[in-house]
Design a protein around this ligand. Structure first.
Ligand SMILES: Nc1ncnc2c1ncn2[C@@H]1O[C@H](COP(=O)(O)OP(=O)(O)OP(=O)(O)O)[C@@H](O)[C@H]1O
Ligand SMILES: [Mg+2]
Length: 370
C-alpha cells in the first residue's frame, strides 16, 4: 500500500482475486430491469446507486445523446468473473527462490526499487524508471498518473510481464517474476494478467466470440470449454447480443468491452489497463469506467494508466509518476462512473432538448411571418 520499502508483517498466504459467486446476489435481484431507455429509470437508478455499477448491452451514448428522453444508465451486470482453474491459480505456480527471500506480505504485487534503462544509441541511455517501490493488494483499483514520458507505460510493461527490469524486484502472487526467462515470463503473463489497451487491439476479421476465444487457443483449451468461457465473459460485459459481430460492426465502447472480455477469459489475477478510454468520447469512456468499477467491485484487482484526472477519479488509489519515480501515492474516495454517466447523459439530453426548442421557436417565428 505504500511506496516505501517496509513490508507488512503479515503471513505469506497468497490470495487470489477470483470473486465469490455470492456477489451475484444483488445483481440478480435487479437483472430484470429494462436495457432500453425509459423515462422512469432515473429514479430507479438512484435507488439502486449503491448496488453494483452497471454494464451496457447497447452503445447507449450516441443514441441517448441524440434523443430528448432522459437517459438511462447501462444495464445491470448479471454474471460473475470467470474462476481460475486450479492450474491457473497463482498459488499453483512453483517458486524456485529460497523461501526466506519471499516477501512476507499479502500484497498481490510487490515492486521493489524497479529500474528500467533503455539504450538508444551507442552511448545514449534513457532512464525510464528510476527506482519504483510499491505494493498492490488484492482488490485494489489503482490509477497511475503522470505526464508524458514519466514512465507509466514502461511500468505497466514490467508489471504486465511484457518486459524485464534493468534492476529491482517484482513479485507477483508470491513469485519473483522479475528474473524469469522470457518463456517463463510469457507463461506467467498468459495465466495471470489481463491487458486492456487504448486501441482495443482486436482481430478485424474475427467476430467478438472468436476474439475472446483467442487467448484460450494459445493456452490449448478444448474448443467446447473455450466457447463456454468466451460466451460467459461476453455476457459479463453485456455483449450477449453482439457475439457474432465483427469489430467494424461494433461501437468503440462495445469494442473495448470485447477487449475487456478477452482480458478476463483466462481468469487473470490482475487487470492492467493503459489509457482504456483514450479513444472514446466522454460518455462512452464513463461506460467503460463503469465496467471496470463493476469488475473491481467483484474483486478484480485493477491497475489503470491515465493522464486524465477525471478518469483517475473512479479509482480508489492514485499513484503519480514524475521522471520515472513515484512522487505521490494516496487512497481516494472514488466517484461512481455510473452516477457520473447519468449526470453527463442528462446534461447532454437537456442541452439537446434546449437546442431543439430553440429551433422550434425559430421555425414558429418564420411560420408566423408567412
Ligand atoms: N522502447 C523504448 N526505447 C527507448 N526509450 C523508450 C522506450 N520506451 C519508452 N522509452 C522512453 O522512456 C521514457 C518513459 O516512457 P513511457 O512510454 O513509459 O512514458 P509514459 O509515461 O507512458 O508516457 P505517455 O503518457 O506519453 O504514454 C520516455 O522518455 C520514453 O521516450
Ligand atoms: Mg504511455
Amino acid at each position: 500500500m505504500t511506496n516505501n520499502d517496509s513490508r507488512p508483517p503479515e503471513d505469506d498466504d497468497q490470495q487470489t482475486t477470483t470473486p465469490d459467486a455470492d456477489s451475484l446476489a444483488t445483481d440478480e435481484a435487479v437483472s430484470d430491469q429494462p436495457a432500453t431507455p425509459n423515462t422512469d429509470s432515473l429514479a430507479t437508478d438512484e435507488a439502486a446507486s449503491d448496488q453494483l455499477p452497471t454494464l451496457n448491452t447497447d452503445s447507449l451514448a450516441a443514441d441517448e445523446a441524440a434523443s430528448d428522453q432522459p437517459p438511462t444508465p447501462p444495464e445491470q451486470q448479471t454474471e460473475t468473473l470467470p474462476a481460475q482453474t486450479p492450474e491457473q491459480s497463482p498459488t499453483a505456480l512453483t517458486t524456485t527462490e529460497p523461501e526466506s527471500s519471499v516477501p512476507r506480505t499479502k500484497a498481490l504485487m510487490v515492486v521493489r526499487d524497479l529500474k528500467k534503462t533503455y539504450r538508444l544509441g551507442r552511448d545514449t541511455y534513457v532512464q525510464a524508471l528510476r527506482g519504483i517501490s510499491l505494493d498492490v493488494n488484492p482488490g485494489e483499483f489503482v490509477a497511475v498518473m503522470g505526464p508524458s514520458g514519466s514512465g507509466k507505460s514502461t511500468f505497466m510493461h514490467l508489471i504486465g510481464c511484457l518486459d524485464r527490469p534493468t534492476s529491482g524486484e517484482y513479485w507477483l502472487s508470491g513469485r519473483l517474476v522479475s528474473s524469469l526467462s522470457p518463456d517463463e515470463l510469457a507463461s506467467v503473463r498468459n495465466q495471470m494478467i489481463g491487458f486492456v489497451f487504448q486501441g482495443f487491439n482486436l482481430l478485424a476479421r474475427a467476430n467478438a466470440l472468436k476474439n475472446v476465444e483467442l487467448p484460450m487457443v494459445y493456452s490449448g483449451m478444448p474448443r467446447g470449454e473455450r466457447r463456454r468461457r468466451a460466451e460467459r465473459v461476453l455476457r459479463l460485459v453485456g455483449l450477449e447480443r453482439w457475439m457474432d459481430h465483427k469489430p467494424m460492426e461494433l461501437s468503440g465502447g462495445q469494442q473495448q468491452r470485447v477487449a475487456i472480455a478477452r482480458s478476463l477469459v483466462n481468469g487473470p489475477v490482475v487487470l492492467l489497463a493503459d489509457e482504456p478510454t483514450g479513444n472514446l468520447d466522454s460518455l462512452t469512456g464513463l461506460e467503460i469506467m463503469g465496467v471496470l468499477q463493476a469488475l473491481n467491485e467483484q474483486g478484480m484487482t485493477i491497475v489503470l494508466v491515465t493522464h486524465d484526472p477525471h478518469v483517475a477519479s473512479f479509482a480508489k488509489r492514485r499513484v503519480e509518476f514524475l521522471d520515472g519515480q513515484v512522487i505521490n501515492d494516496v487512497l481516494v474516495e472514488p466517484l461512481s462512473a455510473r452516477d457520473e454517466w447519468v449526470r453527463v447523459a442528462s446534461e447532454q439530453a437537456a442541452a439537446l432538448a434546449g437546442e431543439n426548442n430553440g429551433e422550434e421557436v425559430q421555425v414558429m417565428e418564420e411560420h408566423n411571418k408567412v
